[in-house]
Design a protein. Structure first.
Length: 254
């Protein structure tokens, strides 16, 4: 005798695990889509915030265009910050300048011998101090102190020794009188420069019999300001006095 039976569960022969996994997978896909949409919304929100910040910055910059001070601001830059740094304020003049650092500043101090009593101890035995000598050039005397404070025009000079050897010497960089002496003595001529009192002396150490002379270059007046714009037949060129003290002198100037 035969019959038909029905039922659910394990006796039905269906793969319950696969069915459950499939249902979970469908639900998981829905969650993934929701998560992706949430990420997209967050990215959009971040972009809007960035745009808002940029617009705020742009607005602040545009507002500055209404200010007069915006167009009066000057900026100074140095092509070599290892040499020096610069800054500009509102009173600066727009321009380009060429500067060259020649040496570092250094301290200079002169100290006399001590006095037992600085208020009563006399200087020497006389009651009067007489200064009988004019200004004296020393090695560190700055060029701007020469010629009664008018200084020396920077430029080049041409020196010709008695052998006919000629050389143009660039004196645009020296700071003091010793720098000038060093530049002349470093030339290829037989000329030796020295300082004597208040003037320069050029001595030809060669054996030539020609004329020792110093001339200007390109219409300058450097040689004249140094007192050596001369031409002599002998081997010694004695320059003119280029340094003297005035009524406002300091003791260091004599």
């Amino acid at each position: 005798m035969s019959g038909i039976s029905s039922g659910v569960g394990l006796a039905t022969g269906l793969n319950i695990n696969e069915i459950v996994d499939a249902i979970i997978g469908v639900q998981r896909n829905a969650l993934v889509k929701l998560a992706n949409r949430a990420s997209a919304f967050e990215a959009t929100e971040g972009g809007i915030k960035t745009l808002d910040a940029n617009l705020l910055t742009l607005n602040n910059s545009v507002q500055k265009l209404n200010l007069k001070s915006t167009f009066e601001t000057l900026k100074a830059t140095s092509s070599d910050t290892s040499q020096f740094s610069v800054a500009a304020n509102s009173t600066a003049t727009a321009a380009s300048y060429q500067l060259q650092g020649l040496r570092l500043a250094s301290n200079h101090q002169v100290v006399s011998k001590g006095f037992a009593d600085s208020d009563t101890a006399p200087i020497g035995t006389a009651t009067t101090i007489t200064l009988s000598q004019g200004g004296k050039l020393d090695e560190s005397k700055l060029l701007e102190e020469l010629n009664n404070g008018l200084g020396v025009q920077r430029g080049s000079i041409r020196i010709t020794d008695r052998d006919g050897q000629t050389e143009v010497i660039d004196l645009s960089r020296p700071l003091n009188i010793q720098d000038v002496v060093d530049e002349i003595n470093g030339s290829a001529t037989s000329i030796v420069a020295s300082i004597d009192g208040d003037h320069l002396v050029l001595t030809d150490t060669g054996s030539g019999l020609g004329t020792l002379k110093v001339t200007e270059v390109s219409g300058g007046k450097t040689a004249a300001d140094l007192g050596i714009l001369q031409s002599v037949a002998g081997s010694t060129l004695t320059g003119d006095s280029v340094y003297r003290v005035t009524s406002d002198f300091n003791l260091s100037q004599i």
